[in-house]
Design a protein around this ligand. Structure first.
Ligand code: ZN
Length: 328
């Protein structure tokens, strides 16, 4: 398959030539980041942030979630935000759509892709979705049908795929079984969520190999958290294993309201920096990406953990006179 076969608005899923150096950075900050913030960000500000993300060159954005506004009031304005965004022709907007009710709310918005969600461990799934994995999967056909009827692409995510804070390691076979259930629903784009930062270079490689062997037709996306400081190391392993799509949060925002100890996602501008300095093409302007992180910081009124946003690009040189000379 070549890259000339568009699917949906922005051709998000493509088999790629090994010589193709393109990597897709998916911004998830307004969803995974803002869902756990105590600050309720005004709708107009969210729209401004998403527009700045688009202006930075990011084409795919997980904007929000259609979870119950009672459960996550921070994202109660999902439809209004989507409607307010200044989309470019190649912009592809995604949101979590965990059930039929959510799909009903998403149906009349400019959403391009809706993500189904299940956790790889029973305990996390019960905390997150209040039901067991089998019941969650059984409910998904109806959600997928509702999305497709609204001409929204159906995608899927698996939370705690690399380990669960309640149960520990999740057997690869369990993740493969869930991915297969998604594939049976016609889903060919599955995000592997490292919800609480339990992914390591070793289990990233192991799980990706198990999944690719079982489901070669599916494209896997990595959603990594940097909870234990190995987020970007896991990206490098993902690249080696053929992953070309990564979720990230501006400024390193993020977490999970239903998982103890969950901290930020890998940071968008740090990821862009790593990819560009390693010869990958992201289409993202690093300075503008740093600008988005600054906007997030200003919006939330606290310092974010991103590193490149502090240091700047490596060849952004400083005036010699601006730095004090050591005395002796
Ligand atoms: Zn996350």
């Amino acid at each position: 398959m070549t890259n000339s076969a568009p699917v949906g608005a922005a051709a998000p899923r493509m088999a790629r030539d090994p010589a193709d150096r393109r990597v897709t950075v998916i911004e998830v900050g307004t969803r995974d980041g803002l869902q756990i913030e105590s600050t309720l960000v005004p709708t107009a500000r969210k729209i401004e942030i998403v527009n700045a993300i688009i202006d930075s060159g990011v084409r795919e954005i997980e904007v929000t979630s259609f979870v119950s506004p009672k459960a996550v009031p921070q994202l109660a304005d999902a439809a209004e935000v989507l409607e307010g965004i200044r989309k470019r022709p190649d912009t592809y907007l995604m949101a979590l759509v965990p059930n039929v009710k959510a799909a009903d709310r998403a149906a009349d918005t400019p959403l391009d892709g809706g993500l189904l969600l299940v956790s790889a461990s029973e305990t996390h799934n019960r905390k997150n979705l209040n039901r067991d994995i089998v019941a969650s999967l059984a409910g998904m056909a109806a959600t997928a049908d509702r999305l497709r009827a609204a001409r929204i692409d159906v995608m899927a995510a698996i939370a705690v795929a690399f380990g669960c804070p309640f149960e520990g390691d999740v057997p690869y076979a369990q993740v493969v079984a869930i991915a297969r259930a998604y594939a049976d629903l016609g889903v060919d784009h599955i995000t592997l969520g490292d919800t609480t930062g339990m992914a390591t270079p070793s289990n990233v490689r192991g799980l990706l190999r198990a999944l690719k062997a079982a489901l070669p037709q599916v494209e896997f996306v990595l959603h990594l958290h940097n909870t234990r400081g190995v987020g970007l190391a896991n990206v490098l392993v993902g690249l080696e294993e053929g992953v070309r799509r990564f979720d990230a949060c501006a400024g390193g925002l993020g977490g999970c309201p239903f998982a103890p100890g969950a901290t930020g996602n890998i940071c968008t501008e740090d990821l862009v920096y790593l990819l560009q300095e390693s010869g990958w093409e992201t289409g993202v302007d690093l300075e503008r990406s740093i600008g988005v992180a600054m906007m997030m910081e200003e919006t939330l009124g606290r310092r974010l953990v991103g590193q490149v946003m502090r240091a700047g690009p490596r060849l952004k040189l400083h005036a010699v006179d601006a730095v004090r000379t050591a005395q002796g």
